[in-house]
Design a binder for this molecule. Structure first.
Ligand SMILES: Cc1ncc(COP(=O)(O)O)c(C=O)c1O
Length: 398
């Protein structure tokens, strides 16, 4: 079979897809890695010990299919029942399951793969819409097919919508990355209060902007579809919205062990929500979606929370020190409630800074999106890594 014939075996939807682009995992040793929001501190010694102790003949056995013990411990932690919790192979898996469980694919129409990302100006009701925009709006009117999210936020959401063949509705955040209120959303006309699924990254990525629970609650109350509050970075924030998942039947909280709990490698995340929604997700997940060592590691993590809380404090303190130091060098650093900062560098374009920092053996992240292309997203590392970044920035400016 020729390559050409082979390509015909692939669904057109998959041909058109743009895959999610993860941050670089460099092959070269000795780089300071501030590009993927990993935690600079290792898992607690108790976690490492538990994982090592589990590496024996038991590897031949399947793990617990429902992560039962882990769900029981998480339920205790959050004041709910195990039926309110589903655990995933990272929270990414659960975000994908949510699209599959709650959103209808578009039938007989091309998915909105190439929607242009809209700007704040588009919220103006007086702006005349083009024909193609009107066509797209018509597609979006079928709320059951709609994955909705604010823009910019986690760049996986549109990819998940595209994979599923559903429509996506990116709605701009305010210019300072705060959430538009319900009246503004109504006036703007882009937001769909009936969207089958709405993702809200809170605190926001890539800006680091934190959202008060009261603001999130107001938004949730206006929504008729499922709302997933993606709290991947919430342990570095002043408050979390867990109570909303326990109060409103259509609200789900997404959490991960990757960032605050130093477990990216093990891939464990979880959703908390109403039992019916959780049961729907449970029905469509792989039978053994959470690997055994991941379950062991997450359980040991929950038994050593003070170790991690001390790390949150250290990371927050490094974040504030680094923000001050970069501000003194002329960077515009946005306030952050996460383990990264979004900073607009002086003198050179952000894209050039990316390269210049790399030449100094420091990796940060740059996004080629209009709203954030003037900024660098910098993960908060250990204090000595933050110092190295400041030294490199001074050298570049010299
Ligand atoms: C906002 C947000 N949600 C979810 C995730 C995924 O985390 P996990 O490692 O649990 O799949 C990330 C990872 O970068 C993220 O930034």
């Amino acid at each position: 079979m020729t390559t050409r014939q082979n390509l015909r075996l692939i669904r057109p939807l998959v041909h058109q897809l743009h895959a999610y682009v993860p941050g670089e995992q460099p092959k070269i040793k000795g780089l300071i890695k501030l590009n993927t929001n990993e935690n600079p501190y290792p898992p607690s010694p108790r976690v490492l010990k538990a994982v090592k102790a589990a590496v024996d003949g038991r590897l031949r056995l399947y793990p617990n299919p429902t992560a039962q013990l882990l769900r029981e411990k998480l339920a205790k932690l959050h004041g709910c029942a195990p039926e309110n919790i589903v655990v995933g192979n990272g929270s990414d898996e659960l975000l994908a399951l949510a699209v599959r469980a709650f959103v209808e694919p578009l039938v007989g129409q091309a998915p909105c793969l190439s929607r242009r990302s809209r700007t704040q100006a588009d919220l103006s009701p007086s702006k005349e819409k083009t024909k193609s925009e009107n066509d797209q709006t018509r597609v979006l009117r079928d709320s059951k097919t709609l994955v909705q999210y604010f823009h910019p936020s986690y760049s996986l959401y549109p990819v998940l919508a595209d994979i599923h063949g559903s429509a996506r509705n990116p709605v701009p955040l305010n210019g300072n990355f705060s959430l538009p209120g319900a009246p503004e959303l109504k006036r703007g006309g882009l937001w769909d209060f009936n969207a089958a699924l709405t993702f809200v990254t809170t605190p926001n990525a890539p800006s680091g902007h934190g959202y008060p629970t009261a603001t999130l609650e107001k938004l949730c109350r206006t929504m008729n579809g499922v709302v997933v509050l993606d709290e991947a970075y919430v342990d570095f924030a002043g408050e979390n919205a867990m109570k909303l998942a326990l109060k409103y039947p259509h609200v789900i909280i997404s959490r991960t062990f990757s960032k605050a709990y130093s477990l990216c490698f093990q891939r464990v995340g979880y959703f908390v929500g109403h039992a019916e929604l959780i049961a729907a997700l449970d029905k469509i997940r792989d039978s053994y979606n959470v690997n055994g060592l991941g379950q062991v590691a997450a359980l040991a993590t929950l038994a050593d929370l003070p170790y991690y809380r001390a790390n949150f404090r250290r990371i927050i303190s490094t974040r504030e020190n680094l923000s001050r130091a970069l501000t003194m060098l002329g960077f515009r650093v946005l306030p952050s409630q996460t383990n990264f900062i979004l900073a607009k560098p002086p003198v050179f374009a952000a894209k050039d800074w990316l390269q210049k920092l790399r030449e100094n053996r420091i990796l940060v992240r740059w996004f080629n999106q209009p709203e954030v292309k003037d900024f660098l997203r910098i993960t908060i590392g250990a204090p000595q890594e933050a110092d190295a970044l400041v030294r490199a920035a001074k050298a570049i400016l010299r």
